[in-house]
Design a protein. Structure first.
Length: 255
């Protein structure tokens, strides 16, 4: 069975929260979007994308096509006078099937990890200028971590490009393994080891794990919005069957 908890926080530096997400244990659909900061209507782009992706996945399991549809929908809304030209967002769309198997697709630099007692593994790869330089061997990991263009996206859902290249992957969670979806507001403040240790320390209480991650990220600066969806595949019956949709007017703030 799947078990999931989630939360978002505006952080310490931003005036608004441009993240959006959706979780549904019942349908196995999990979506997270991070509206592009510094662009008009990033919050609207993330909301529209979440809605478009979820509506699409209620009728098909094609996660790649769901993000492509969201991309087209943003341009359609702009033509109708809704939002602003250039508005865009990152996107992750995950669809779980039976026995912990999953497929996911993504655009941008929001991330997908899996983890267990042994360690943490990043499944996605950032669609950023710095990641492209890293892949080409132009910079080192150390240089990438503090690069001034670290957050510059090569592509986004919406944005300025009419076409995008959606990345996909698939896998299977084993019992008592976890999947983490997060915006870059988390990983820009906490390294992978800290994320892993925090979740494992609170492994018997997923909400406590999510809250602790947000608290630690804010303690390290909280320079951006922080959104987290934490999913566990376990051999017990979940009590978290109702869909959760993050609304920008209601966000959870950990104590």
């Amino acid at each position: 069975m799947l078990y999931a908890k989630s939360a978002t926080h505006i952080g310490k530096k931003k005036r608004s929260n441009e993240d959006a997400y959706y979780t549904s244990v019942r349908s196995g659909i999990f979506v997270l979007c991070d509206g592009m900061g510094g662009h008009a209507d990033g919050h609207l782009a993330s909301q529209l994308s979440v809605q478009s992706i979820v509506d699409f996945l209620k009728h098909t399991s094609d996660v790649k096509a769901s993000i492509e549809r969201a991309h087209d929908d943003i341009f359609s809304q702009i033509k109708k006078g809704i939002g602003s030209p250039g508005m865009g967002t990152t996107a992750i769309a995950v669809m779980f099937q039976d026995a912990g198997s999953f497929e996911f697709a993504w655009v941008g630099d929001s991330r997908v990890y899996t983890l267990n007692e042994s360690g943490i593994r990043m499944l996605s790869e950032d669609h950023t200028f710095v990641q492209a330089m890293l892949n080409e061997g132009c910079i080192t990991l150390e240089e990438a971590a503090n690069h001034p263009y670290k957050s510059v996206l090569m592509q986004a859902v919406g944005g300025d490009r009419k076409t995008i290249s959606v990345s996909t992957s698939a896998g299977r969670l084993q019992p008592n393994e976890y999947m983490l979806l997060c915006s870059d507001g988390l990983v820009n403040e906490l390294d992978d080891d800290t994320i892993h240790t925090t979740i494992m320390t609170n492994k018997n209480d997923l909400q406590a794990a999510v809250d602790a991650l947000i608290t630690h990220a804010n303690e390290q600066g909280g320079r951006d919005n922080i959104s987290i969806v934490l999913i566990q595949y376990a051999d017990f019956v979940s009590d978290s069957d109702d869909p959760t949709v993050f609304s920008h007017s209601h966000e959870h703030s950990p104590s």
